[in-house]
Design a binder for this molecule. Structure first.
Ligand code: BES
Ligand code: MN
Ligand code: ZN
Length: 495
């Protein structure tokens, strides 16, 4: 991972980034911006001729200072030989995050970059945003092949770094846990079996004191009645697992369970998907990756809240032992599902895990994340996940957490009068309906497993935002690690 550290202004060389604030309502915005730039540049002890050149350049490009805008001034033969002027907008965390992401991409072939932080106005939150942007945008998934990014080190020049260290440390935790979630999600499914995923969690948890992991294999799942996880995983030679990762700090007053859908590949099963719908289905464990990442991050930050992450892992394959349309599955806890569509498999494995959480773990709050329906992306597009909850406070908290974290959710309805469509002739509920509102119906199905926690539950359908088709600000092409940031922020602010 990119090396980011604080330093004082001695011996600045290579590329140097200077921060440009967006002007507020001052009379002469250009002058305000120039004053801010000059204050930062004072650290470099440039001569008056250099300063005049730079001023002329900034006036010429009409730098707006809006978040993430960037203008480069190459200065061959001078020191520094490249200046990058990057906008931080209003100077809030989001503005700094956008600036960091832009710098990580714009540094191009430079191996090192120095960022001159203005003396005033820089808060730990600003540094957290900057660090997140730099680290998240410079992420690369590599399977041995591929060029590593040339940017290796970023030096942050600050007058009082001690006050800002906490912001950078938090950003690093976010970046590391998001990297894990992205790595897990990007991994091709020939390697990414349920057992492989479980091993990766064990390995990651071993690095953080106070975390424990329990992995249930098919034998344990059968003994304990996790029949939906077994049914969905039955068509694959690579058996299912249930991973339980637990963070139990002393003195915690609340217990949160996070459940993440962990389908390591979704062919659709006997109701097989066409290639167009199947080719990216290695991402169908993005929810599991996010709840694991968020829990690791919360533990690394020693948050004073008990957290249990549950990842029901299965490969929805097409084989002689696959479950079939018309089958009836008895979930953990006794609810029965009639299978109408083997491609609606995520809600089945989540049902087992949620029933277990409600009956055995008895948390205060339960939140599940899942790449659950194609309909979610139809409704909300690539960057916004669907949020469902009966609890207005929880819904508002989660939306606010997503917002500050740089992710996005939109609340969707749990219409009671749609639930009739879940009725089955032979079981308690059917796993798929043909009444439209695909994402809503999946949420209503999951609600059946919340028992007494119905009003302490939130469901996030993050199907579309788990993956990005292009590099975009802090997202890189491929897995986004969506949800790590939202969950962690929510845990931080409510712990
Ligand atoms: N994993 C898919 C949902 C999905 C689709 C996630 C596209 C990300 C991108 C899920 O298991 C699925 O197949 N859902 C079906 C449900 C239907 C059969 C009721 C769907 O959305 O078509
Ligand atoms: Mn499916
Ligand atoms: Zn799926």
């Amino acid at each position: 991972m990119l090396d980011i550290r604080f330093a004082t202004a001695r011996n600045v060389s290579g590329a140097v980034a200077v921060v440009v604030p967006a002007a507020d309502s001052s009379d002469d915005p250009a002058a305000t911006r120039l004053a801010a730039v000059r204050a930062s540049l004072a650290r470099l002890k440039l001569g008056p001729a250099d300063l005049d050149d730079i001023t002329a350049f900034l006036l010429d490009v009409e730098h707006s200072g809006s978040a993430g805008t960037l203008h480069k001034l190459p200065r061959a033969g001078h020191r520094p030989d490249l200046l990058l002027f990057v906008g931080v907008g209003a100077g809030d965390e989001a503005g700094w995050r956008a600036a960091g992401a832009k710098l990580a991409r714009a540094a191009g072939d430079e191996p090192t970059l120095t960022v001159l932080l203005p003396d005033d106005d820089v808060t730990p939150a600003a540094v957290r945003g900057l660090g997140e942007g730099l680290w998240l945008a410079s992420y690369r998934f590599r399977l041995g092949a591929g060029e590593p990014p040339s940017l290796r080190r970023v030096t942050l020049v600050a007058a009082r770094p001690a006050e800002l260290e906490a912001g950078l440390a938090a950003a690093k935790v976010v970046a590391e846990s998001t990297r894990l979630a992205r790595d897990l999600t990007n991994m091709p499914s020939d390697e990414k079996t349920p057992a492989w995923f479980a091993k990766r969690v064990e390995k990651a948890a071993a690095g953080v004191a106070g975390l424990t992991v329990t992995v249930r294999d098919p034998k344990a799942l059968a003994e304990q009645g996790f029949n939906a996880i077994l049914a969905v995983g039955g068509g694959s030679t690579r058996g299912p697992r249930l991973v339980e990762l637990s963070w139990r700090p002393r003195g915690a007053r609340r217990h949160v369970v996070l459940v993440g859908k962990g389908i390591t590949f979704d062919t659709g099963g006997i109701c097989v998907k066409p290639l167009s719908g199947m080719k990216l289905m290695r991402k169908d464990m993005g929810g599991a990756a996010a709840v694991i990442g968020a829990t690791l991050a919360a533990a690394a930050l020693r948050l004073p809240v008990r957290i249990t992450a549950l990842a029901p892992l299965a490969e929805n394959a097409l084989g002689a032992d696959s479950f079939r349309p018309g089958d009836v599955i008895r979930h953990y806890g006794g609810i029965t599902s009639e299978i109408h569509n083997t491609d609606a498999e995520g809600r089945l494995v989540l049902g087992d895990a949620m029933a277990y959480a409600v009956r055995r773990l008895r948390p205060d709050t339960i939140i599940d994340l899942a790449t659950l329906t194609g309909a979610q992306g139809v409704a909300l597009g690539k960057r916004t996940a669907a949020l469902y909850s009966h609890n207005d406070t929880l819904a508002k908290e989660l939306a606010a957490a997503a917002d500050t974290a740089g992710e996005s959710v939109w609340r969707m309805p749990l219409h009671d009068d749609y639930t009739d469509a879940l009725d089955s002739d032979v079981a308690d509920i059917v796993n798929s309906t043909d009444v439209g509102a695909g994402s809503v119906m999946a949420a209503l199905y999951l609600r059946e497993f919340t028992g007494p926690l119905r009003d302490q539950w939130a469901h996030i359908d993050m199907s579309s935002s788990a993956w990005s088709d292009s590099a975009d600000a802090d997202l890189t092409k491929g897995a986004t690690g969506w949800g790590v940031r939202t969950l962690l922020r929510w845990l931080e602010t409510t712990a």
